[in-house]
Design a protein around this ligand. Sequence first.
Ligand SMILES: NC(=O)c1ccc[n+]([C@@H]2O[C@H](COP(=O)([O-])OP(=O)(O)OC[C@H]3O[C@@H](n4cnc5c(N)ncnc54)[C@H](OP(=O)(O)O)[C@@H]3O)[C@@H](O)[C@H]2O)c1
Length: 324
Amino acid sequence: MRAILCTQYGLPETLTLAETPIPTPSANEVLIAVKACGVNFPDVLIIQNKYQFKPTLPFSPGGEVSGIILSAGENVTHLMVGDHVVALCGWGGFAEQVVVKSNRVFKVPGEMDFIPAACTLYTYGTSYHALKDRADLKQGETLLVLGAAGGVGLAAIELGKLMGATVIAAASTHDKLEVCKEKGADHVINYATEDLRAHIKEITHDKGVDVIYDPIGGALSEPALRSIAWRGRYLVVGFASGTIPSFAANLPLLKGASIVGVFWGSFAEREPKQSMQNFTQLLTWMQEEKIKQHIHRIYSLEESPQALQDLLDRKIHGKAVVKI
Ligand SMILES: NC(=O)c1ccc[n+]([C@@H]2O[C@H](COP(=O)([O-])OP(=O)(O)OC[C@H]3O[C@@H](n4cnc5c(N)ncnc54)[C@H](OP(=O)(O)O)[C@@H]3O)[C@@H](O)[C@H]2O)c1
């Protein structure tokens, strides 16, 4: 089969297209014919050896796929050959076939398009878990989303609106903020050209924001936290800027606020029942067209290193996806 391979750690330009053997599923695994693979930020970290999971070289990046079950190990009972599925493979998705543990594979309706299906679990799964399970976002509250036109950011906007919040989307360009408005953002802030704190003050009439969704870290985190409302919740989602922020402990103290960690992958592993309930709710909203993946561009397998480079260059609005 054809696969994109990481044979040495480095930037996307070091990836190569190669012929590799078809993997064989063990008793608890399934073999999937990959139809599409969503592109996520961990993919650019894993090829540089900067991610918490460290597969042995050589490996294919690509952590989230949609496809069709080709074969299943003898212990697999909830999936059958021919089922349409989405799966969290972690890596291995930029390839024609991938083997995945069956508890990380979810059946989807046959009529669901493979392209958006491959852009569902990571972004919506993370943002729904963050807003519902970690922030307990309530109707009428104010939600600030940083990196709002990125994968998890756009999902947070849509879900925040569905959950009844007033959403302030913050991103670095005019075009990105236009996409955020299309997804329902009530207010937008361009943090490349505008003062984040002053704008939040103005929009919230000095009250501050109830929930902050931060997938970026770096220089924006402290001004955002200083703009939190009394009893606010600051969600630590990721560090796309490359810098993990540090905070003075008086900041949460002064607002009676919480700094809350979000680790969706671990949540799905440790609390599978709750995670499945979330996934079922998200699928229902998708079928009702209450939420809809924003696909920036579809890349071929050969072009998948370019997809990763575009993500690193902050060129993607919503999701990039690789069609196999
Ligand atoms: N905690 C969890 O469970 C969990 C789950 C999934 C993802 N994540 C994390 O969430 C973060 C975002 O993931 P994603 O898939 O949404 O990524 P993405 O689509 O690339 O979005 C990231 C956004 O961050 C902003 N950004 C600021 N500085 C950046 C830089 N130096 N390089 C790249 N982007 C930068 C960009 O927006 P602007 O250009 O508008 O600033 C970009 O749109 C990542 O750190 C990822 O690891 C965490």
